[in-house]
Design a protein around this ligand. Structure first.
Ligand code: 6PG
Length: 249
């Protein structure tokens, strides 16, 4: 992987606008190249403005497969649902065929059932045609990062970090909602254009750990995101980036 590109903006608003433009361009390029594109959305609260920006961008959504990087194992109409957040800020504001929107199912008996079902869906939707069983190559992967350095629903010191066969697994968060479903690192690191959007002083420590590559990567799962044959870009606000050595602002 080439060195990550680290971009710092005065505010989250500005970072979201710039990332929204970049993602819209990447989706257009992928559609122009292959007739289709795929994007995996992140959850939490940071990306809300990004999704609103994307909703107003020039994107051929009829050719874009919308996936999720992770989900809380709650009903899709729960306030904690990543699907619900994306629906409110993006999906309800764009014209997109329903079949292009593929949320992680949370109406199955257990998170591991949802993980298996989503992995099977990924196989069909964007599996590796060569039949070698390579992880799906999602064009755009959006990621956030928690104060503990977690990303998607891959939390520090958990076994899911070491998963290198399964593409989607159940995981457990240290805070409510505990039960999660998440893409694994093999899929995330197969992304073509992988983006972190991180903001706020509370994440400064985690950012430093992620960018400095900790002695034990499991301390900071975000540091384990290293796209094998793709790009990694950090989109930061000035608050989180304060004191972080950044090559170019
Ligand atoms: C989730 C996310 C998670 C999120 C971080 C940051 O399901 O919560 O996918 O990885 O990106 O927890 O969340 P905030 O943006 O709310 O700080």
């Amino acid at each position: 992987m080439s060195e990550p590109d680290v971009k710092v903006f005065a505010t989250l608003e500005e970072a979201s606008a710039a990332l929204g433009e970049r993602v819209a361009g990447q989706l257009r390029a992928a559609v122009a190249e292959r007739g289709q594109a795929s994007i995996a959305l992140s959850g939490g609260s940071t990306p809300r403005r990004l999704y609103e920006t994307l909703a107003g961008g020039e994107v051929p959504w009829e050719h874009v497969l919308v996936l999720w990087g992770d989900e809380r194992f709650v009903a899709h109409d729960s306030p904690a649902s990543n699907y619900r957040m994306a629906r409110e800020t993006l999906l309800d504001r764009i014209e997109i065929p329903p079949e292009k929107v593929r949320p992680i199912p949370t109406d199955l008996p257990r998170p591991k059932d949802a993980a298996a079902a989503y992995a099977a869906e990924l196989e069909v939707l964007c599996g590796d045609e060569s039949g070698r069983g390579e992880p799906p190559r999602i064009d755009v992967i959006l990621l956030g990062m928690g104060e503990d350095g977690h990303t998607a629903s891959l939390f520090p010191w958990r076994d899911e970090l070491l998963e290198n066969e399964l593409w989607v697994v159940a995981s457990r968060a240290p805070e409510e909602p505990y039960e999660r479903v998440t893409l694994t690192l093999p899929v995330i690191n197969s992304g073509r254009w992988v983006h972190f959007l991180v903001a706020g002083a509370t994440k400064r420590e985690a950012l430093r750990c992620a960018l400095d590559a900790p002695r034990d990567p499991q301390q900071c799962p975000a540091s384990m995101v290293e796209p094998r044959d793709g790009t990694l870009t950090w989109w930061l606000d000035a608050e989180v980036a304060e004191g972080v050595e950044v090559a170019a602002f």
